[in-house]
Design a protein around this ligand. Sequence first.
Ligand code: ADP
Length: 720
Amino acid sequence: MSVEAAKQVLKKYFGYDEFRGAQEKVIEGILDKDDTLAIMPTGAGKSICYQIPALLLQGVTIVISPLISLMKDQVDSLKALGIEAAYINSSLNNLEINETLHNARQGIYKLIYVAPERLESESFCESLNNLHISMVAVDEAHCVSQWGHDFRPSYTRITSFINSLEHRPIVSAFTATATEVVRNDILNLLALQNPQIFITGFDRKNLSFTVIKGENKDKFIYDYLESNKGKIGIIYTSTRREAEGIYNKLNLKGYKAGVYHAGLSDKERKRVQDDFSFDNIDIIVATNAFGMGIDKSNVRFVIHYNIPKNMEAYYQEAGRAGRDGEESECILLFSPQDIQTQKYFIDEGYLPQDRKNYEYNKLRAMVDYCYTSKCLRAYILEYFGEKDVREKCNNCSNCNDDREEKDITIEAQKIFSCVYRMKERFGTNMIADVLKGSKNKKVLTLGLDELSTYGIMKEFSQKNIVALINKLIADDYLLTTDDMYPVVKLKPKSFNVLKGKESVFMKVTKVKKVVNEDNTLLNILKDLRKEISQEEGIPPFMIFHDSTLKELSQYMPRDKESLLRIKGIGERKAEVYGEKFIDAITKYAKENNIEIKNEIVDDKTSILPKENKIKTHILTYNLYKEGKGIEEIAKERDLSKTTIEEHLFKCLTEGMDINVDNFIKKEYEEIIVDAIKSVGGNKLKPIKEALPDQVDYTSIKFVWYKYKSQKISNSNSLTS
Ligand code: ADP
């Protein structure tokens, strides 16, 4: 079977033109009947990798999926695309299961999602044997490994189920978890036969990463939410108490929030999850009990109120942001007390000692992430074993932190020499105690107050010294042993600093603010999507993803043919929702005086039929109306700043709504208008010469075009 056929299915059902990343290769392998292991990051589009072969192969694909809510979402999404699918799990009664199996025997479904626990029933496995199973696709395949973070014992049943089938189907396995132990476990425990293995890069380019330390976490959250109103996000906490606390405060402040943790009843959790899916609430405050069931694509931020237990958990939770490929933020709020909470969880757990040490070690890597001053993305990618990682991503709080760096070489030298004098036998807190000059009983009994480094950092708080030590650990000057009470030791890199050959620097970070506008076409389309979602009882993101709405608002298609060229709109969705969206776009265009037809101008618009191409300056205008600045628009459209400025001038000439105050200094407008009046408005040069030097051409042009358009509209109104 050809990749061409797969591409047609991609377009027809899913509305996408191209495969992303490894998708094509994975699908090609499966269509060649190869067993497959695909390790791809969250949001890379794993589902399509088995859904498209499922549609093309003879028979039915059984998808083993770990969470009930996820199954329902997947099946609902497939049905919305016009694909027959079903699920079998404990939410169905026997009658319903039998009916589903009966339909399956009639060949109605192309995909059946099955909970792994079902495979524990022999009679159930036998009933599946009656079907023509083309493939068994194992989603979240890391659940088979005890070393993974979501071990599910019933996953170990999958292989005996496959072996019990008369004809061995293709077996494909998918996960976002990359460590080598887990990978080997998947290969062995699922008994994949000569599998094709795909390990794609772990980078999620649309996510930005931020670590905030030493700030009031609650205040940070309120400020953040205030400047990001209406955005959808998750706030993760370590404990139920914290989740409840934040949730209550957000509620009092009038945010549309919900809370989710293991202490709530199933019914309450389901209600909150549904509210979140349906955009009835914007923010969910949750412990890590919330997550695997979430494939909501338009989560714009994930804030961690505390550190999670390890980088795997962090990347998985943070990775719930931006599954639709749109820019999203992952922010981690860190305070050193959080380490104690996580240590306590490990210590109280029922793991054998060597496993506990393994967990302490992983926790340390998580803490290092908070203290490192290198690129956070590079840190993550290297942690997951990627090679040749770029040193700077320019999209994390470390790369983008433009404040001056503070030289902390002296403090570092003091710390290193103290570690040395304490014979590398103590942990972070004791070292800080000695540097602070603490009268702590243990310090005195051990005679550590006799050391020459005792009290040499007394002007710092104990907390600050601990933070400095942690930063030096994260940046590889110091190491800690991996056990419950880790001991700090010097690494070779620290000797360069002690000898004065290398300096050490440190920074702190801030949040960027985002402007939101209410009356954009994008928001109008979002409201329409919400309306339809309520009418139909399916979550908004199953109707259209944010990225689809964004393209709709930019390209403004006005007929079904052009609609089909928008990313994420396949035949069925164009049929069912097309008219409503076209009506909304047409209305907006009329109200805003936007003429769409008969112009060819922009490369990107070649995706639309000729008669429906949009003027390039209108595309710019739409982005401007979304609150974007010239630079941002230029970047997004891959055009120069001057071109974008020209577009805006054209919009002004056409009388479109542009506030020139967004682009020039307020005090300039008046003097420019005066200059135009005095030297005449025909040429720019004399105007420039009549003005002080610092008034630049761009400002003059903005005012000039505005002035001209006003004159035109004034004279029109005079003549009419
Ligand atoms: P994963 O399971 O890897 O986390 P999903 O299968 O949920 O990712 O897909 C993430 C998002 O990417 C979905 O919204 C999906 O529709 C979208 N997507 C998948 N493949 C493509 C593609 N080829 N082009 C555009 N979007 C895609």
